[in-house]
Structures are given as C-alpha cells and as structure tokens.
Design a protein around this ligand. Sequence first.
Ligand SMILES: NC(=O)c1ccc[n+]([C@@H]2O[C@H](COP(=O)([O-])OP(=O)(O)OC[C@H]3O[C@@H](n4cnc5c(N)ncnc54)[C@H](O)[C@@H]3O)[C@@H](O)[C@H]2O)c1
Length: 263
Amino acid sequence: MFQGLEGRSAIVTGGATLIGAGVVRAMHAAGVKVTIADIDEAGGQALADSLGHGARFVRTDITDDGQVRACVAMAAERHGGVHFLVNLACSYLDQGFASPRADWLAAFNVNVASAVAMLQAVHPHMVAAGGGAVVNFTSISAHVAQTGRWLYPVGKAAMAQLTRSMAMDMAADGIRVNSVSPGWTWSAVMDRLSGGDRARTDRVAAPFHLLGRVGDPWEVAQVVLFLCSEHASFVTGADYAVDGGYGAMGPERAVAAIPQLME
Ligand SMILES: NC(=O)c1ccc[n+]([C@@H]2O[C@H](COP(=O)([O-])OP(=O)(O)OC[C@H]3O[C@@H](n4cnc5c(N)ncnc54)[C@H](O)[C@@H]3O)[C@@H](O)[C@H]2O)c1
C-alpha cells in the first residue's frame, strides 16, 4: 500500500512485545527487511522465526553501546544497510514521587538516551543510503498528568522534544524524524493486568477515547509505515496522535456538561 518501503531495511527496538511485534509484522508484510532489537530473547526469536525470510532477531540491550553497535552492524550487513529506525522499546519503571535517583536515571537511559544511541549508530548507514526515516514512540502520557506516574510521562515528553531536535539536525542528511503518540493500545501490560480481558480493557478505556476502545498494535503500525514511506516525504519533526481521540477530548469528556446546569 505505501510506496518506498519494499526492499528497505529497518531496525525496531522493543520489537518483541505486542505493539512492537505489530510494527515488525506490518513492516515485514510491506516487504521491509526487519531487525528486531530487544532483550526478550524468547519473544524476539519466536517472532523472527514465525516471519521467516526478511526478519531477524538480534538480542540487544539498547542501554549498552557495544550491543547497539553490533546490532546495527549486523542489520546493515545482512539487510543491505539501514534505512528506517523505530525507537519503540520502553521502560515502565516508575514509582512516581517516591522514585529514587537511580530509577530516574535507569528509566531515562532506556526511554530517551538509548534512542539517541540508536540514531548515532544508524546515522552513517542512513547517510550512505542518501537518507532515512526515524519514528520515535512517545505517548498520550507526554501531555497530561497521570496519578502516581512521573518517570514514564517525563521520558515520553522528552521523546516528543527529542523528535524535534533530531529532525532539525538530521534534515540536511535527508533523514526525517517523526513520532507517534499512541493512546491506550492493546499491549502486553494490558493483557497482563486485565487477565487477557480485551472487552474489559475496552470498557475501561471507552470514556476517555472518542472511539470508545483501546487501539490495536496494527493500527499504530500503519502510521509508523506511513511515516517511513515516500508518502510522508515532506513530514518531519511532527508528532502523530494514534489515540482514538484521547488528546482531542477535554476534561468534560464526551458528556454534555452544560445541560447539567439545568438539572
Ligand atoms: N501500551 C500502551 O497502551 C502504550 C500507549 C502509548 C504509548 N506506548 C508506547 O508504545 C511502546 C511499546 O509499549 P508497550 O506497552 O508495548 O511496552 P512493553 O513493555 O510491552 O514492551 C517494551 C519492549 O521493550 C523491550 N525493552 C525494554 N528494555 C529494553 C532494553 N534495555 N533493550 C532492548 N529492549 C528493551 C522489552 O523487552 C519489550 O519487548 C512504548 O514506547 C510505549 O511508551 C504504549
């Protein structure tokens, strides 16, 4: 469907989990050769095996510069360069106000600094290819306060700004950098917390998503594909909401508040 993807090479960090796997599958289906960079060996290898040719798992702790370099070198060698980078891996480490300094640094390391390390490592390959595209994962959590959460939303807000900074300084190299901000998306966390109950998850999410449900990984993946494709050739430094209308809704929610004055 999207032009400019087939035969290209992508690295997806955090590609072993539900949302990441949705991105990996969509890219693979579009003919992209995908390298899954994750610390989840079982999940990452199983996904690569299920996709077969054109998908490869490389166990990579993105907080380790040596592993980042090795992953990028392998992707470039096996897949003929690196054209796309999806910074999707994240840490949900967060004790809010009670978080010790070590947790702040650990969360920031995964959620922000490692995205920069990945870009530094892929940069020469994208330059050699005449350009590339980067998609960073931020979140609705970057824009609002959520009870008991400090580290994760701050990390995601930093990613939104980092996207603009990256876009500014990569433009001359033909590298476009954008971000996606998903709303609640059916993910490993939700699967675990709801006991696999998708209907309950949708019911909880309904009041604060205009579309009345959580998103699916493939729906987020479609926007990632668009941002990597030729169709987004004039798009850089932008944040795309894939949130079912979460960000459009105000504190009044989808409820007629004014009539309540007359009740
Ligand atoms: N779940 C949601 O509803 C939601 C909403 C908005 C945004 N997001 C964003 O979507 C992305 C995926 O979220 P998720 O809920 O699927 O997360 P998840 O915790 O299920 O998956 C994160 C993945 O990152 C990997 N990872 C963690 N640390 C790593 C490291 N040091 N090196 C390499 N890989 C590492 C994990 O193994 C895992 O596969 C994140 O960027 C998240 O912020 C999720």
